[in-house]
Design a binder for this molecule. Structure first.
Ligand code: HAM
Length: 415
């Protein structure tokens, strides 16, 4: 071993043992759920060309302005960035592979994996974290499809948390409504902006909608008096939102509406939503998403609408420590050579391999372990049976629960 000690980078985690397993099982539970809604798995690259995110996520978002991990350009003509979210990459793939041409609509996808944001690490905030998400596409996403995206998000979190969740919704309006609302906000905030925080000054310039999200107390006073989005929505906007809410009400999915929730990505139009764990508000949102009507066309595809959401799996893992346990699968056999002779050890390793071929999990201790030490290990790893390989190459099986030992033959075991 060298003398250099390495530590993981700030804002990253090692998922070990049960935590790693819970991560995998979480993705499995959500995959099954997403498939119940007709979604198919899509796996896209971990890095993409930088302009995709600038155009996709939006250059007024904090994510693109401050939080991307940009890769050092080694003389290539393109710049690359680690994905700070999945949606832009999924839409790129949807266009590039002409998936939109399929007649089987709506088209639905789910995905999971790491995403990267250069944020200040803190509670529930990492620099590499994991997401699971879905994206639904259709020429015109009907209210049902939109409601289903929210219901799916809610049901998934309920499946692993099994307790009260807070679903917050807002409706940002189509492009027209957004333009006039943006103008109204600019007109309103221009009288106050001088005395607001530096972030707000920047948001005022780039996207005044994001000022509504400001957490600074004195600014919140100003935000309280700001024009409200509902006064700028068209008749169609209002009808669409009302239809979605009706589906949620009929299914008794609890929600609140907040005109202040604007989300941190630039592509949203229409319904946006976030889900929080009512008993762990300090973790922030467990997941969020919304509708985007113009992202596909903005990235060079046809006029197709999308709606989607992503969970933060690290936050869900933290919140579900009690309610979602890793499924334990103990090894069936602990194969223990009792003699130090090479022949005995070879026989043990052969037997273990034959058992594995039959689909049993078979574990062997390091060959230098004492018999006593090996039995302790078999107990710790909760092996169901210890298979003793004697020096004369006969086999005995010890049932660790019943504490019974009997002679067996290899033929019996493999039967
Ligand atoms: P987002 O709200 O930026 O949305 O991220 C989704 C979730 O990822 C958050 O609700 C949170 O649980 C988790 N998350 C975000 N930042 C961090 C962090 N630094 N550390 C740990 N977890 C974090 C999106 O990413 C959109 N792409 C969602 C979407 C899909 N909208 C439409 N389709």
């Amino acid at each position: 071993m060298g003398n250099q000690a390495y530590a993981k980078p700030r804002g990253t985690v090692d998922l070990l043992g049960d935590e790693a397993k819970r991560y995998l099982q979480l993705t499995q539970v959500f995959s099954v759920l997403a498939e119940e809604y007709g979604a198919r798995l899509i796996l896209t690259p971990t890095f993409e060309e930088t302009p995709l995110f600038i155009r996709g996520v939006g250059d007024s978002s904090d994510i693109v302005r401050k939080q991307t991990f940009d890769l050092v350009n080694k003389g290539s003509s393109k710049d690359y960035t680690l994905r700070p979210e999945f949606t832009a990459g999924v839409v790129r793939s949807f266009i590039e592979n002409k998936i939109y041409a399929s007649p089987d609509t709506p088209q639905r996808f789910y995905y999971y994996g790491s995403v990267f944001r250069y944020e200040r690490p803190g509670a529930g905030r990492l620099r590499e974290f994991r997401q699971f998400g879905v994206e639904f596409f259709d020429k015109r996403l009907d209210f049902n499809s939109q409601a289903e995206a929210i219901i799916l998000a809610y049901r998934g979190a309920r499946r692993v948390l099994n307790r009260e969740l807070r679903v917050t919704l807002n409706y940002l309006g189509g492009n027209l409504a957004r333009a006039s609302y943006r103008k109204a906000l600019t007109d309103y905030f221009k009288n106050f902006i001088e005395n607001m925080c530096e972030d707000c000054k920047e948001r005022f310039r780039l996207n005044p909608l994001r000022i509504l999200d400001c957490k600074v107390e004195k600014d919140q006073q100003v935000v309280k008096g700001a024009p409200r989005i509902e006064d700028y929505l068209s008749h169609e906007d209002k009808e669409e939102f009302a239809s979605i809410l009706k589906v949620l009400k009929d299914l008794k999915i609890p929600f609140v509406i907040s005109g202040r929730m604007v989300r941190g990505l630039d592509y949203y139009t229409g319904t946006v939503f976030e889900i929080e764990d009512a008993s762990h508000p300090e973790l922030g949102a467990l997941g969020g998403g919304g509708k985007y009507s113009s992202l596909v066309s903005a990235l060079g595809g046809p006029e197709i609408e999308g709606i989607g959401f992503s969970y933060g799996l690290d936050r869900l893992l933290e919140a579900s420590k009690e309610s979602f346990k890793a499924e334990e699968k103990n090894p069936s056999f602990f194969v223990l050579p009792m003699g130090k002779e090479k022949g005995c050890q070879e026989k043990a390793s052969l037997v273990a391999e034959l058992l594995r071929e039959k689909g049993y999990a078979a574990v062997m201790p390091s060959l230098d372990k004492s018999v006593g030490g090996a039995f302790k290990m078999a107990d710790r790893i909760k092996a169901k049976k210890v298979l003793l390989v004697n020096s004369d190459l006969t086999l005995e099986e010890k049932d660790m629960e019943k504490r019974e030992q009997r002679k067996v033959t290899l033929e019996d075991l493999l039967k």
